[in-house]
Design a protein around this ligand. Structure first.
Ligand code: SF4
Ligand code: SF4
Length: 429
């Protein structure tokens, strides 16, 4: 694609990067069929190719973007399905990230959007506040239709994601390997996951320890920065990344920094781009837990369970990190019958905070995903990202768990509590 940035504009390294990516695009359109918003809306401006053209025009012109430009940029899920499809290697993630930062700096949104965008990182990235917010959400959930009528659709969407209960997971410290010690890993604690689904951390610690690894939950660690990045707040995201680097340095040498939330893993793996040399080492050690277990091997299977599992691949794992076959392979090794979800490349609508900021589109994508999952007729759904789990669970009668909960169970851990809902299966423990 032709660009006409001035030499002064190209002196900005971010503009120079975007210029290089835009020029790689050859307009072939291979990406359009894989783009969830284009599939739903059929508007070229809601396709990757259309957005690249729109981002080019917005950045070349500089200054305040138009309302239409902001609308089509906001509708992008950052799911990166287009990156997987693009034969020219366009780094669309860099482009949409740059576009969001430009919009955040140059566009004044309506008050309700500003309020929501101000509140999201202040609540979601602080587990204490999020826990209090979830308790409040449970109390006011019955008023959800009122919020929708008051044009606070984002808040109403948030209430739909509030879990019925939330316990506290284990805190910072060292959890030693069981039997033969093979190494030492940091397990990223995250911010949303421990409040929404604390059982995931519990299962992950047991599973890693059983696989022979000391597990460190590092003091001083916080949000990885993904949510701020989704909102175009680059400085806030960078400050969070720096805080994590300090916490990990204090925790000592480790073999890997393991994550159970695929969205966080994609952000961690980009720390080198964001923080330069200081971030490159930790980024190289970042591993999704399923990727890590595929490398080091599962602990011995103690309790194989012959139940069928629909594997939902989070976009951040399949498109962002290119972790493709490993999760289903591990579940198969553990004895589960894994079923592929039709249209598995399409996002479920969670996408960071998309389901809060774009509730109508997110709900359409969720319902499409739920219908595809139902077609598998599997007994359980496994999804390696708490955002996807919270997004799809309310639309399904099938229990939704994280794959580590199933792997923990098969290797000697407790049966996942969500499986209490499983009607046609007789528990063997
Ligand atoms: S990131 Fe996803 S929603 Fe955005 S343009 Fe690419 S495929 Fe479409
Ligand atoms: S597939 Fe790649 S090169 Fe082709 S239109 Fe999409 S972004 Fe451009």
């Amino acid at each position: 694609m032709r660009t006409e940035f001035s030499p002064a504009q190209l002196a900005d390294p971010e503009v120079a990067l975007s210029n290089a990516q835009i020029r790689k695009c050859v307009h072939c359109g291979f990406c359009t069929a894989t783009c969830p918003t284009y599939v739903l809306l059929g508007d070229e401006r809601d396709s990757p190719r259309g957005r690249i053209e729109l981002i080019r025009a917005m950045l070349e012109r500089g200054g305040a973007p138009t309302k239409a430009e902001v609308t089509h940029i906001d509708r992008c899920l950052s799911c990166l399905a287009c990156v997987s499809a693009c034969p020219s290697g366009v780094d669309y993630g860099q482009l949409i990230g740059h576009a969001r930062v430009h919009v955040e700096a140059n566009y004044r949104r309506p008050w309700s959007e500003r309020l929501l965008r101000w509140a999201i990182p202040r609540v979601l990235t602080r587990p204490g506040r999020l826990k209090a917010g979830l308790a409040l959400g449970r109390a006011v959930r019955r008023f959800e239709p009122w919020f929708a009528r008051l044009r606070l659709g984002g808040l109403a969407a948030l209430l739909r994601l509030v879990p019925e209960t939330a316990k506290s997971p284990r805190g910072v410290g060292l959890y030693p390997a069981v039997e033969e010690r093979r190494g030492r890993v940091i397990l990223l604690q995250g911010c949303v996951e421990p409040a929404m689904a604390p059982q995931i951390r519990e299962a992950a610690v047991r599973l890693l320890a059983r696989a022979g690894f000391d597990v460190v939950l590092a003091a001083g660690e916080g949000c990885c920065g993904a949510l701020s990045e989704h909102l175009g707040r680059a400085e806030e995201a960078t400050a969070m990344a720096r805080r994590n680097l300090r916490a990990w340095a204090a925790a000592g040498e480790v073999d890997a920094i393991v994550t159970t939330a695929a969205g966080c893993g994609t952000t961690l793996k980009a720390y080198g781009r964001v923080l330069g040399e200081a971030g490159a080492g930790p980024a190289a050690k970042a591993r999704d837990i399923l990727e890590f277990l595929a490398d080091v091997g599962l602990p011995p299977i103690a309790s194989p369970q012959a139940i069928s599992v629909a594997y939902h691949a989070p976009c951040s794992l399949q498109h962002g990190q290119k972790v493709l076959a490993e999760p289903a392979r591990l579940l198969g090794e553990a004895g589960f019958e894994v079923r592929a979800v039709p249209e598995g490349h399409l996002c479920c609508g969670s996408a960071g905070v998309y389901n809060i900021l774009q509730p109508e589109l997110a709900t359409r994508l969720r319902d499409r995903k739920a219908a595809n999952i139902a077609r598998t007729q599997a007994q359980v759904v496994a999804a390696g990202n708490v955002g996807c789990m919270a997004q799809i669970a309310p639309a399904l009668a099938t229990p939704v768990v994280h794959p580590v909960e199933l792997l923990d169970w098969a290797t000697g851990g407790p049966r996942p509590q969500a499986l209490d809902r499983l009607q046609s299966w007789a528990p063997s423990d």
